[in-house]
Structure formats: C-alpha cells, structure tokens
Write a protein that binds this ligand. Structure first.
Ligand code: NAD
Length: 492
C-alpha cells in the first residue's frame, strides 16, 4: 500500500500526529493508500511557509511572464502524467475510466489558460477630476490562499482555484477532501518538479475540523476558496468573516432542466441523462429537477426510462461502463435515505429506487439510476440536493409556470432550457436565477467562462477572466505632478 507524505515548504513530511488514514476504492472497497492525518500544527507550518514564500523575492519579484512559464511547465507535466493522475482519481472516487483522462487533460488546459493570463493583469490610468495629480490603479495578489475542496472532482475543482491564484501571484495551501487526497499530493509533486519555489504550493491532508478549520481561521490566510456542501460553506464563511477574509464559495445545487413542448426531444432526453446520471449524479451542477411541459410529459418519461434502463452499470475501470459507484459509504447511505424519503412523500418511482447488489457491483456501493414522477416542488426531494443518480420530474403548463418552479428553490447554480424558439430561450435565460444557463445543452463548462452560484449556491466565480479578479486587490496610486498651494488644513 502506498504511504503518502504531505508537501510543506517544498519538502515532503510526515504529519505531526504521526497518524495516517486509509483511502479506499469505492468499487472494490479495498484500501489502496495511506494518507497523512494532518492537524493544526501542520496547517500552521504550511501557512507560515506560504506566507514566507509570498514575501520572498524568488516568487514576489517574478514577472507575470515568468509565473506564466511555470504554470505552462506544470500544465505540460500534467499532460505527461494523464494516465497516472487519471488512475488515481478513478481509484479514489470511482470515476469512470472512460471519462477521467479527458478530465485530466482538461485540467492541463486550465493551467495553460491561466498561464496566458499571468502577464495580462493590467491596471488602468484613471482620469481624475483634480488638477496636478496623476492616478493609476494596479492589481496586486492577496497573499496566502487556502483552497479547500471536495471528493467528487478533486483535481479539477482544485485547479479552478490554484491556476488563477498562482497566475495572480498568490501562494497556496491546498486541503483536499479526506476521501480523495492522493491525486492532489501528486499534483503537488508535479508543481515541485515544474520549479515553483518552496512554499508557493503546499498540500496538507486531513479532516475538515482538524486541518480545514485551522486554515480558515489562520490570521495569515488572506483568502479562502472553498468548494463543498452548504454546511461546510456556511461554517467557512462565518469563520473567515472574523478576520474579514475574502471568500469564494462553490456550493451545491438543485438545478432545473426545463423541456418545452417544441424541443428536439431526443436531444433533450440525452441532456436529461447526462445532466443527472453523469458521474452517478455526484456533481454540483446535476440537473436533478427535470421540468416537462404537460403535453410532452408522458412520451418524454417513456423515452427516458427506456434509455436509462439500458445503461451499463458496474466497474468504473472498464471502458464500457456508463454509471459507476457512489464515492463514499456515507454518501451511498444518504442517497438511499433520500430515495425512501421521496417515496414516503408520495412521489412515484418509475425506475430504480434501490441499491444494486451482485458480483458486477463490487462491494455494493451502487444505487440504481432512479426516476421519480408526480413530484411537487414543495417536496423535500425537489428542494434538497441528493448528490446521486436520482431524478425528480415535475410538470408545468406554460413558460411562466416553468420559470416559477425553476426559481422556487434556495439554490441557483445552473439551469437548462430545451426549445427551438429563440425568443423563448432568451426570455428564460433572463428570468432564471442561476450562475450558468444552458440552451439545448447540459453540463458544458470551460476555463474560458465563469462558473458559480446565485443564492445559496455560492459566492464569487471560478473560470475565465472573472476568476483571476477573485485573487487580486486594487491599489489606487496618487502622484502629485504640480505643487499644491491650497490651504493644507482644508481638504480640496
Ligand atoms: P464537504 O462540505 O463535506 O467538504 C468539502 C471540503 O471541506 C472537504 O475538504 C472537507 O474536509 C472540508 N471541510 C468540511 N468542513 C469544514 C470546516 N468546518 N472548515 C473547513 N473545511 C471543512 O463537501 P463534500 O461532501 O466533500 O462534497 C460534496 C458537496 O460539494 C456537495 O454539496 C456539492 O454540491 C458540492 N460541490 C460544489 C461544486 C461547485 O462548484 N459548486 C462542485 C463540486 C461539489
């Protein structure tokens, strides 16, 4: 079994607790690696190292172009290690092997994109309404960034923070999920190999209260970038507020996928499937509420059930598998509890609704893809995030009702509309309360465009040029160009 160490100040080290915990494959249940159980002392050491690195000329005096070159080197190393990184993510959280190498390549693209932005952080010369002064605005990094990430897409969701943070000139302490730390320790190794100075990239592993919380409350952490659930997000936001830290939160969702009666139904069926059954529903942007216009409801449900029934479920390391296991035992139990809750609330289960057992399902951490009809939007199953392969179907009469139901939820991460009518699509885009809206599409993302939540789905944005601003602060500089003869006691 592989025994990992943590990366602090450019060196590999054991945790001060001298304890490790096992990380296991969701499919087989086999533990395959030992992860260091970090604690406050380790978090403190990592932040101190990141702070020193932030101030040291080896990083602070680098030009944006030189930072970009380091990020490009890291991107190249990720591309050379696609297989290794993909295998680790696949083992750790049960991702499909068919999907994972594409995701790792995409991570490399994120680093390339922000490498390009590193020397394009331009300030501005500001026309001032006073004579004899010259003013310009420059953008500076914040300092030490703590990046706290979940288990569903460890490399991707960390890269969304790390690439813009480093491009902007910050240093970083990464706290991976306790369930999926290994790929981020490997990413740390690649960052060292790329030549980032000691302390610029640190990875401290362990549990939320033991490592995450000490990072959030450390006075030398300037910014917390968090992806995870609402409870963790709220705790992080409240703790960070004590020191007025800047915070980015990417939280959960209950995203509506709206199909109007004029949609291309075959395409919309595919979109409904990839929306909620891709990654076994373990994505924040899952299209977990399918809103169908009354006139197409029955035909659509029939097509959907037929298509999902055919899905190949099983070992995620086989190329043909379409639906894999649930990543953690606790999450598997939660998904099953929520299915029982939906049944008790009166929703009709037209597909699945149970765990899957048998030799093809490994140690049994599988949930059958599940579809509920007769769901009303006030049911808990329509309001609460499941984070599993569970779809709720709701009916609507007209456009106004579709939008009302779509927005009637505390989340606002994403939404989709399926229609051939451009006006209907654009009207929906304007009215939907969501940080991402897809038209005749579901789950497209890119490093070139911002991603983030309205309402309880989060604060701030990741991706695109928006994201780099989340890691910068403006400094307004005043230069006197002509001596000021005004009365110094009176503000002019
Ligand atoms: P989680 O909130 O339990 O944990 C996320 C991370 O926070 C972990 O590293 C955990 O150790 C740490 N943590 C937990 N409590 C903490 C605390 N008090 N202080 C500091 N750190 C703490 O989330 P999870 O179960 O790992 O992930 C699933 C959740 O993530 C879902 O709700 C999902 O919607 C959300 N998610 C959101 C996005 C997005 O971009 N919006 C993407 C993926 C996942």
């Amino acid at each position: 079994m592989q025994k990992y160490q943590m990366l602090i100040d450019g060196r590999w080290c054991d945790p001060s607790s001298s304890q490790w915990f096992e990380t296991a494959e969701p499919f087989s249940g086999r533990p395959w690696a030992l992860i260091p159980r970090g604690e406050r002392t380790d978090a403190d050491r990592a932040v101190d190292a990141a702070y020193r690195a932030f101030k040291a000329p080896a990083w602070a005096k680098l030009t944006g172009t030189a930072r970009g070159a380091l990020l490009r080197k890291l991107a190249d190393l990720i591309e050379h290690n696609v297989e290794l990184l993909g295998t680790i993510e696949q083992r750790d959280n049960g991702k499909l092997i068919a999907e994972v190498s594409g995701q790792v390549r995409n991570v490399a693209q994120w680093f390339h994109y922000y490498a390009g932005l590193a020397d394009k952080i331009e300030g501005a010369v500001v026309p001032i309404n006073k004579a004899g002064v010259f003013n310009y605005v420059k953008y500076e990094p914040l300092g030490v960034v703590a990046a706290i990430t979940p288990w569903n897409s460890p490399l991707a969701l960390t890269t969304w923070k790390m690439a813009p943070a480093l491009a902007a000139g910050n240093t970083i302490v990464i706290k991976p999920s306790e369930f999926t730390s290994a790929s981020l320790l490997e990413l740390g190794r690649l960052a060292l190999e790329a030549g980032f100075p000691a302390g610029v990239v640190n990875v401290v592993t362990g549990y939320g209260p033991e490592v995450g919380e000490p990072l959030v409350t450390h006075p030398r952490v300037a910014k917390v970038a968090f992806t995870g659930g609402a409870a963790g997000g709220r705790a992080v936001n409240l703790a960070a507020a004590a020191d007025f830290k800047s915070v980015t939160l990417e939280l959960g969702g209950k995203s509506p996928n709206i199909v109007f009666d004029d949609a291309d139904l075959d395409q919309a069926v595919k979109g409904a499937i990839s929306g909620v059954f891709g990654a076994s529903g373990q994505t924040c942007m899952a299209g977990s509420r399918l809103l169908l216009q009354e006139s197409i409801h029955d035909a659509f449900v029939e097509k959907l059930v037929v298509a999902v029934r055919e899905a190949k479920i099983g070992d995620p390391s086989r190329m043909e598998t379409q639906i894999g296991p649930i990543a953690t035992r606790a999450q598997w139990e939660k998904v099953l509890r929520m299915i029982e809750m939906a049944k008790a609330e009166g929703a009709t289960c037209v597909l699945g609704g149970h765990p899957l057992e048998g030799p093809e399902f490994g140690q049994g951490q599988f949930v059958a893809p599940t579809i509920f009809t007769n769901v009303s939007n006030s049911m808990r199953i329509a309001q609460e995030e499941v984070f599993g392969p569970v779809l709720c179907i709701l009916k609507f009469k007209d456009d106004a009702e579709a939008i009302r139901i779509a927005n009637d939820v505390e989340y606002g991460l994403a939404a989709a509309v399926w229609t051939q009518n451009l006006q209907r699509a654009l009207d929906s885009v304007d009215q939907l309360e969501a940080g991402t809206v897809w038209v005749n599409n579901y789950r497209a993302t890119s490093f070139t465009t911002p991603f983030g939540g309205y309402k309880h789905s989060g604060l701030g944005r990741e991706g695109g040029t928006e994201a780099i601003k989340e890691y910068l602060q403006a400094k307004s500089v005043w230069i006197t160009t002509r001596p000021n003869r005004a009365n110094p006691f009176v503000l002019g």
